[in-house]
Design a protein around this ligand. Structure first.
Ligand SMILES: Cc1ncc(COP(=O)(O)O)c(C=O)c1O
Length: 423
């Protein structure tokens, strides 16, 4: 596949390319086009036949600035959510200097990119080798655990180092069957209150700083859930009877998925957390959060092509094994959808609910939505799905041979020739 880059004036197309006869890129081929916009006309000109992830680093920098200003403590970015280097740098530019990692791969990546960043290893059950390498080679001092055997492992792998920062992960009880979140984060990890209090007592002699952490569950739309979780954590700290220096309120902050039913602004969440911290006499504790979706969702979209239509079911060239994992199964996130018609057509009807089917032959590769689109959508059109900067590309597989994408990076902040790089 060939592509040539040409420069245009502000707002003009800055990429042009010629396509060979065989238009479908070969397996694993990924091209990145740096653009100052990725509007409908550009997509038509690109005429992509594979999914197109669109990254917006400038938007992420602004979101990171907004979040770090609003949160009354330190903001950690949960790298698992999207480890794209362009976005990590945009996050750093926006003021995020601390990172929550889950694996040694993420530790290495963050240390390589940001030598001075503070890294928190927040997977409650880690490989011994990962603990040792993180401590010895990458200066990681903060580790989480939710049962006693993990404490033994950490002490063994670090030779009971005197400068450890240990966090006990607490499970959060649910008020409602779904807990008010898209995915509950207290069924796989997290200690019950009495276990957590005992773990705090166990850890105390072995660490320089002791913390309690929780995660209310991802895509949490209700600030009150954080207030209750903070109160729950305060009870555990009191019950432990030992001094605790750090409270980590986790992630869970929501992405804007439905404009008709907007999520509360970030200040509602940070205000609820600050209020609960004060009410429960925790103001002397260092406060952390570990945000994934709430930071990065807005920084990514995915443009997919409609390959077939049967009534309200659209067959797409991407699905749950690709960049739309969370649209499927029990999570079923209904991403905001925007139709990009193959050619100019006028259509005046209301939006209608659609379901999606992914390109693989697997019947679980279905997405119930509802995805709201004009009824004139037809094969050959594209659909742009927004709020997919989180848990999208990071989960892409090559299953059934559908792993190929063409990526666009929208760079507005560098007008002129500097923007013309192929990553
Ligand atoms: C320990 C931990 N912290 C933070 C996050 C980020 O969560 P969210 O994307 O809901 O903010 C996750 C997500 O898996 C997690 O496992």
């Amino acid at each position: 596949m060939t592509d040539t880059i040409s420069q245009g004036g502000r707002g003009a197309s800055i990429c042009s390319f010629s396509l060979p006869e065989d238009r479908i890129p070969s397996q694993k081929t990924e091209m990145t086009f740096i653009r100052r916009d990725a509007d409908d006309s550009y997509i038509r000109a690109l005429n992509p036949c594979v999914p197109v992830p669109v990254l917006r680093p400038g938007r992420l920098t602004r979101r990171a600035q907004e979040f770090t200003r609003a949160f009354p403590g330190h903001v950690l970015y949960a790298v698992k959510c999207n480890p794209d280097e362009i976005l990590l740098k945009a996050m750093h530019k926006g003021g995020v200097r601390r990172f929550d990692v889950a694996s040694i791969g993420e530790v290495r990546q963050i240390r390589g990119l940001f030598p001075r960043a503070k890294i928190y290893f927040m997977h409650p059950v880690k490989a011994p080798e990962a603990i040792r390498e993180a401590y010895v080679n990458h200066g990681v001092r903060a580790f989480v655990l939710d049962y006693a055997a993990e404490l033994d492992k950490i002490l063994h792998e670090t030779n009971a180092a005197p400068d450890l920062e240990l966090f006990v992960r607490l499970a959060i009880p649910k008020d409602t069957p779904d807990g008010g979140v898209a995915t509950d984060f207290s069924s796989k990890f997290g200690a019950r209150p009495e276990e957590a209090a005992e773990l705090l007592r166990l850890c105390r002699p072995y660490c320089r700083k002791l913390g309690l952490s929780f995660h209310v569950g991802t895509q949490c739309g209700d600030p009150e859930i954080y207030s209750k979780a903070v109160a729950h954590a305060a009870g555990v700290i009191e019950e432990s009877g030992v001094a605790v220096e750090v409270l980590d309120v986790g992630g869970g902050f929501p992405a804007e998925l439905d404009q008709a039913d907007p999520v509360p602004p970030i200040e509602s969440f940070t205000g609820a957390i600050a209020g609960a911290v004060a009410e429960n006499n925790l103001k002397n504790l260092e406060l952390l959060c570990e945000v994934g979706r709430g930071l990065v969702a807005c920084a990514g979209s995915l443009v997919v092509r409609v390959e077939g239509r049967k009534g309200d079911l659209l067959y797409l060239n991407d699905g749950t094994y690709g960049g739309m994992f969370e649209a499927g199964g029990s999570i079923g996130l209904p991403y905001p959808a925007h139709l990009i018609r193959r050619e100019e057509r006028s259509y005046a009807g209301p939006l209608k609910p659609f379901r999606f089917a992914g390109p693989t032959c697997d019947s679980v590769d279905m997405m119930k939505g509802p995805f709201m689109l004009p009824d004139d959508v037809r094969p050959g059109d594209w659909i742009r799905l927004d709020q997919l900067g989180a848990y999208g590309e990071v989960s892409r597989t090559d299953f059934n041979g559908f792993g190929t994408v063409q990526k666009i990076v929208v760079q507005r902040e560098a007008p002129g020739a500097e923007a013309l790089k192929i990553a």
